[in-house]
Design a protein around this ligand. Structure first.
Ligand SMILES: Nc1nc2c(ncn2[C@@H]2O[C@H](COP(=O)(O)OP(=O)(O)OP(=O)(O)O)[C@@H](O)[C@H]2O)c(=O)[nH]1
Ligand SMILES: [Zn+2]
Length: 392
C-alpha cells in the first residue's frame, strides 16, 4: 500500500482501491485471510486517527488473561487485549478472532476486532446467565461422536443445534469406526445419525487406521474448523491425525477440589496439514460441556423437518402439544416423524427458553403469560375432547 497518496485522495480511498486486487498478506492466507477480511480490515482502519500509525491484521491463535497471541504478517505477536471493551463478555477477544493490532506499542495491543462471521457462545455457569464466546469465525463445526458406544442421538441433536446457532456448518465425524466389525453396521449407524441431523454430513472415520480422513480433510480444506464432542469421543486423536503431527494438547485446568470444572483460558488455533488442503483447526476444551445459548435459530435448523411440518399446522403459534389441525402430531401419528425427534425438539426448546429467561425479566414475564395461556388452552382442549362437564 502506497503511503504517498496525493492530497486530493484520502487514505481511506486509497485503501479501498486495494480491495479489488488480491488480498494482501499472503502470510495470513494459511490462517483463513481472504478478500472479505481484507475489506473489513480496510474499513476498520479507514480512519487513521482510530487505526494508529501502522495497523496490522492478525488472527488470534491463543488467549490468556489480558493477552493473546496473534499471527500477523510480521510473525506471531503477543498483544495486550485490555484496550478492547472488556466489560462486555461478548466482545472479549477469543480464539479465531481477526483483529487490528498496533504493533508499535510496547507491548503491542489489540485495537479492535473485525466483525465476527460466526461465534460459538455458551452460557456461563454463573447465576447471571451471560454469554461467553469460545471460538470465533468458525466455518465447520466438527462434532466427534464415538462409535465405541451406542449412538446417543439426543446428544448429537444438542451439539448440532449449538453448531447451527453459531453460524458454522455442522459436520459429524463418527469416530473409532475401526471398532465396528462390518461395513453394513457402519452404514446403518451413519444413517441413524443422519436421521437426527438433517442437512449435516456424517462421515465415519478412524484415527487409528486413517480410514475416512481424506474425505473429511477435503470438506475442511481451507476453512476454519472447531472440534466439538464429549470427553473420550476421540477429538485429540482426530485432531492429531488431521494436523499431521502430534501436538501437545493444551490441558484443561480442572478444579481439583471437585467444586466444578474450569476450562483453561488458553484455546488453540493450529494450521491443518497442507498436504490435505490446509485450513485451521480450533481445538478448545471449553466446547466440551455444551450449553445452549441463544440457540433458537440453531434448533430450527437442527429440527428443520419439524419446522417444515409446522408450516402446515392450523395455528401459526401451534405448540404441537394437543392443538387441533397440528401437522407435526399428524406426522408422528402416521410414523413419518419419529416421536423421539419431537420429544428432543421440545426438550431443547424448553431448555433454551429457560436459559434465555434467566437474563431477561421481560421475557420471563412474557413466559408466565404464555404458560397461563397454554394451561387455559389445555383446559379448553380437554373440555372439547371430553365435552362440557355438565350438560345443562
Ligand atoms: N480404536 C480406536 N480408538 C480410538 C480412536 N481414536 C481415539 N481412540 C481412543 O479413544 C480414547 C479417547 O480418545 P481421545 O482422542 O483422547 O478423546 P478426546 O475426545 O480427545 O477426549 P478428551 O480429551 O477427554 O476430551 C483413547 O483411548 C484413544 O486411544 C480410533 O480411531 N480407534
Ligand atoms: Zn402443530
Amino acid at each position: 500500500m502506497s503511503q504517498s497518496t496525493s492530497q486530493s485522495t484520502s487514505q481511506s480511498t486509497s485503501r479501498t482501491i486495494n480491495t479489488s486486487a488480491q488480498p494482501e498478506h499472503p502470510a495470513l492466507a494459511g490462517y483463513g485471510w481472504d478478500a472479505g477480511w481484507q475489506a473489513e480490515f480496510l474499513r476498520a482502519t479507514a480512519d487513521p486517527a482510530a487505526a494508529g500509525p501502522d495497523p496490522l491484521p492478525g488472527r488470534v491463535v491463543r488467549v490468556d488473561r489480558g493477552q493473546c497471541d496473534l499471527v500477523t504478517p510480521a510473525g506471531t505477536l503477543r498483544a495486550d487485549t485490555e484496550y478492547v471493551v472488556p466489560r462486555d463478555p461478548m466482545r472479549v477477544v477469543c480464539t479465531g478472532d481477526w483483529a487490528v493490532v498496533d504493533a508499535t506499542g510496547t507491548p503491542p495491543y489489540v485495537r479492535t476486532l473485525l466483525p465476527r462471521r460466526t461465534a460459538f457462545v455458551r452460557s456461563t455457569s454463573s447465576k447471571r446467565s451471560e454469554g461467553q464466546v469460545l471460538a470465533a469465525n468458525v466455518d465447520h463445526a466438527l462434532i466427534a461422536v464415538s462409535l465405541d458406544t451406542e449412538l446417543d442421538l439426543g446428544r448429537i441433536e444438542r451439539f448440532v443445534s449449538l453448531a447451527w446457532s453459531s453460524g458454522a456448518q455442522p459436520l459429524l465425524a463418527l469416530t473409532k469406526a475401526d471398532l465396528v466389525p462390518d461395513e453394513a453396521t457402519v452404514a446403518h449407524l451413519v444413517a441413524d445419525a443422519e436421521s437426527s441431523a438433517p442437512g449435516v454430513r456424517v462421515l465415519p472415520v478412524s484415527a487409528r487406521t486413517g480410514a475416512g480422513l481424506d474425505p473429511l480433510a477435503t470438506v475442511l480444506a481451507g476453512g476454519t474448523t472447531a472440534l466439538l464432542g464429549q470427553s473420550g469421543a476421540g477429538k485429540s486423536s482426530l485432531a492429531n491425525a488431521l494436523l499431521g503431527y502430534r501436538t501437545q494438547r493444551v490441558q484443561a485446568i480442572r478444579d481439583q477440589d471437585g467444586k466444578g470444572r474450569h476450562t483453561t483460558t488458553t484455546r488453540n488455533l493450529l494450521p491443518l496439514a497442507v498436504e490435505r488442503g490446509g485450513g485451521v483447526l480450533i481445538d478448545t476444551p471449553g466446547l466440551r460441556g455444551v450449553g445452549l445459548w441463544d440457540a433458537e435459530e440453531g434448533l430450527g435448523q437442527a429440527f428443520s423437518e419439524i419446522e417444515e411440518l409446522a408450516a402446515d399446522c392450523r395455528f401459526q403459534d401451534c405448540a404441537h402439544e394437543a392443538e387441533p389441525g397440528c401437522a407435526v402430531l399428524a406426522a408422528v401419528e402416521s410414523g413419518a416423524l419419529p416421536e423421539r425427534r419431537l420429544h428432543s425438539y421440545r426438550k431443547l426448546l424448553r431448555e433454551n427458553t429457560r436459559l434465555a429467561a434467566r437474563t431477561d425479566a421481560r421475557l420471563r414475564a412474557q413466559q408466565r403469560k404464555l404458560f397461563k395461556q397454554r394451561q387455559e388452552l389445555g383446559r379448553h382442549l380437554g373440555e372439547r375432547k371430553r365435552g362440557p362437564r355438565r350438560k345443562a
